[in-house]
Structure formats: C-alpha cells, structure tokens
Design a protein around this ligand. Structure first.
Ligand SMILES: Nc1ncnc2c1ncn2[C@@H]1O[C@H](COP(=O)(O)OP(=O)(O)OP(=O)(O)O)[C@@H](O)[C@H]1O
Ligand SMILES: [Mg+2]
Length: 297
C-alpha cells in the first residue's frame, strides 16, 4: 500500500483536482484506492458527489476517536472509496492542539484501516495550510506529491513546504519522501512556465542526498489549463467520467502511469517504528516552535 499526501500550503494550486483525478485514474486502472479528504472545505468529497453535514460519518469523527476510517468510507466507483470531510473538520485543528500524540492520529487510523481492508493506494487531499491536519498527513504518508502552479511566487512557498517535510522526516516519519512535483494549470508555450520548470529541475538535481526531496522529479505529465477539469466537480464526477476525451483526462491519465511506474521502481522499505521517547518532545511543542506556521502563504 502506498500512502500519498497531495500537499501544498498555497491555495488553489490543483491539490483537490489532482487528488480526485489521480485517485479516479488509479481506480480505473484496477488499483484499489481510498481517497481521504482532509480539507474542511470538503472539495474532494463534493467533487465526487458526496456531501456530509455534521461531524459523524466523516473524517472529523475519526480524529475525534468516535469512528474508524472503515466505518466512514463510501464506495463511489468501482475500486474507489472516499472518506469524506465536512466543515466540522475545521474544529479538529483546535481540538487536537493539546492532545497527546496529536500528530499520529491519522497514521494510526490508516494502520487500522489497512488491517481491515487491503488498498493499493491511500491518497490524502490536504488543506491549504501547514496546520495539524497537514502534519497528520505528512506523518501518515510514505510519499508527498506537490501540485504547483508554475509562476515566480510558487518557488518561494516551495522552500517552506520542503523544510516542513524535512522536519517531519527527522522527527516523526523517517520513511517520508517527496516523490514529485505536478505542474498544474500549465500554460503551454509560455516563457514563464518553461523558466520555472528549469529552475525546479536545477534545484532538485543539486539537492542534498539526505533531503526527503532528493529523489523527487517534476512529473513529465504537465496538467494543462483545461476548462473541463474546472467543470467536472459540479457534476460530481472525475474527469474520466465527465470528459474522457479532454486534454484534462489525457494529462491525468499520463500522470497516473508515471505514479504507478514510480512504485514499480521503488524498493520496498518498511516505515521504521518511531519510539514514544522520540515523538514526545515534538508533540509537546506548539506548532510555532516547529517552525510551522498556520496558513502560511
Ligand atoms: N488544469 C486545470 N485547468 C482548469 N482549471 C483547473 C485546473 N486545475 C484546477 N482547476 C480549477 O482551479 C481551482 C482550484 O483548483 P483546486 O481546487 O484543485 O486547488 P486546491 O489546491 O485544492 O485549492 P485549495 O487550496 O482551496 O484546496 C478549481 O476551481 C479547479 O476546478
Ligand atoms: Mg483543495
């Protein structure tokens, strides 16, 4: 099972569009996928036609310790399950602030889920912040995929994001790797998009071999700006159902192939167990001391 966090603290860069269409594309290819919506905006859930009100039967009640992931997941398509979110999830950030082991809740919930049902992929759609929900995702994940809109300011936010993955890798999740960057809302033929892509490739090539992003690549599948991708959520469908012949379906189809191929190349490394002694000092620290700011732009 590969657990992949789709993360970028910047808003509107294509996290949800990528989470939903990557999950749907993997499921279409016959992989069993569980998409967990970690954003109180519940955009992934709505994109796939699921609306939950209140805190029960959604990921909020898992964080509250009231239900297990297996009890709240819903089958939306052959091989594709969704654990929905609702606005109540916004309260989780506050409720977990002083809780013991607050960074580990999702990791433990996913471990329990894996014992109950076998999945090939668990995809985590993160909110646009570096708060406790995103930290839970990074602590639970084996891999991080970063959707990024290629423009100048995107690179500034990226260094903060990568610092956070390095910190989580050091303190909470030694197996964490950034597997790649997806260029979303890509404007083909523009100079800026090409320059940003070159800068990213140069940065990744020269990175420290110990860094969690040392094996990351810019995915060859560029997700072009395509109106069908923006229309699909209002029909509660992935791009593969809504517009199977669109540029969006073709771009996400190629991304699915690349993501699957990465798993075939990777050597299987079990996540080393994290000792309580190691984790306790991190848990005791408020987020600010970790150098992680809420809603960093
Ligand atoms: N390739 C694309 N072409 C056209 N529209 C797109 C594309 N990718 C995403 N969009 C649209 O851009 C908006 C933002 O995308 P999305 O919701 O995936 O970003 P996000 O990073 O999840 O946002 P948030 O930070 O709010 O969670 C949405 O309206 C979406 O439909
Ligand atoms: Mg989103």
């Amino acid at each position: 099972m590969r657990t992949i966090a789709i993360m970028n603290q910047k808003g509107g860069v294509g996290k949800t569009t990528s989470s939903v269409n990557l999950s749907a594309g993997l499921a279409r290819a016959g992989h069993k996928v569980c998409l967990i919506d970690l954003d109180p905006q519940a955009h992934s859930s709505l994109h796939l036609g699921i609306e939950v009100s209140g805190g029960m039967n959604c990921v909020y009640s898992v964080f509250a310790g009231e239900q297990r992931l297996s009890q709240v997941k819903q089958l939306v398509n052959s091989h594709l399950w969704v654990v929905p979110a609702s606005l109540d999830l916004a309260a989780t950030e506050l409720e977990l602030v002083d809780a013991q082991g607050r960074e580990l809740v999702l990791r433990q919930a996913i471990a329990t889920l894996a014992k109950e049902q076998q999945f090939d992929f668990v995809i985590l759609d993160c909110p646009p912040s570096l708060g406790v929900l995103t930290i839970n995702a990074l602590t639970a994940a084996d891999e991080v995929i970063i959707p990024l809109q290629p423009h100048f300011f995107a690179l500034q936010g990226l260094s903060k994001l990568l610092e956070t993955t390095a910190l989580i890798k050091r303190r909470l999740n030694r197996a964490l790797q950034v597997s790649g960057i997806i260029l979303c809302l890509y404007e083909t033929g523009t100079r800026l998009a090409a320059d940003v892509t070159d800068d990213l490739n140069n940065f990744l090539t020269g990175s420290d071999p110990q860094a969690p992003w040392s094996k990351a690549r810019v995915f060859a599948a560029r997700i072009r700006r395509n109106i069908k991708l923006a229309e699909a959520p209002s029909f509660g469908q992935s791009i593969f159902e809504y517009a199977p012949n669109s540029a969006g379906a073709s771009d996400y189809g190629r991304l699915v192939e690349e993501v699957v191929a990465l798993g075939q190349k990777a050597t299987v490394t079990a996540t080393p167990a994290v000792s309580v002694a190691e984790v306790a000092p991190v848990i005791a620290m408020p987020s600010a001391d970790l150098g992680i700011s809420q809603n960093a732009a």
